[in-house]
Ligand binder design. Structure first.
Ligand SMILES: [Zn+2]
Length: 164
């Protein structure tokens, strides 16, 4: 046996010592298991044995370790406590991303709305300018008419003078 194998075996034995069954059976050895149940600590990893389905508890330091199930004696790997938390975190990240996308879309709508406001103000201004130019042109046209009339009168007066 190599040193590496020996180390692995030691690890199994060490971890197995702290794993406990927390799922009490209705009858039989229930008494012993209930006693073990009371030893669960806040940082213990609680998981089901993939072989016998028993709920097991092990100290948080046992995460990822190979242990022997105290009930069925199969070698099992202790899951990492944040495997479930990671899944929840992934969902939360997805939700956060959606919120950011919605927020970005809302900002874009606000931007477009502001641009539309500026554009309609420009149109309003252009329409007013056009209207101003039109009335200015009308005024010039009227003034030109007055000048034209005056010139006509001057012409006819000159003609009268010449005819005398
Ligand atoms: Zn088991």
């Amino acid at each position: 046996m190599s040193d590496e194998n020996k180390d692995a075996r030691d690890e199994v034995v060490e971890a197995a010592a702290t794993a406990v069954v927390i799922e009490a059976e209705a009858e039989g050895e229930a008494g012993d298991e209930l006693k073990l149940n009371t030893s669960i600590q806040p940082n213990d990893i609680v998981f089901d044995c993939p072989h016998c389905g028993k709920s097991l508890a092990i100290d948080g330091d046992g995460a990822g370790m190979a242990i022997t199930c105290p009930d069925c004696q199969n070698v099992i790997q202790v899951p990492y406590p944040d495997a479930l938390a990671a899944e929840t975190a992934a969902d939360a990240t997805q939700m956060q991303l959606l919120h950011e996308q919605i927020s970005a879309a809302q900002n874009r709508v606000a931007e477009l709305s502001a641009e539309l406001n500026v554009a309609s103000l420009k149109i309003e201004h252009l329409e007013k300018t056009q209207s101003d130019l039109k009335s200015h042109l009308e005024q010039m046209s009227t003034e030109w008419g007055v000048i034209q009339n005056a010139l006509d009168r001057v012409m006819s007066l000159m003609q009268e003078i010449r005819l005398r």
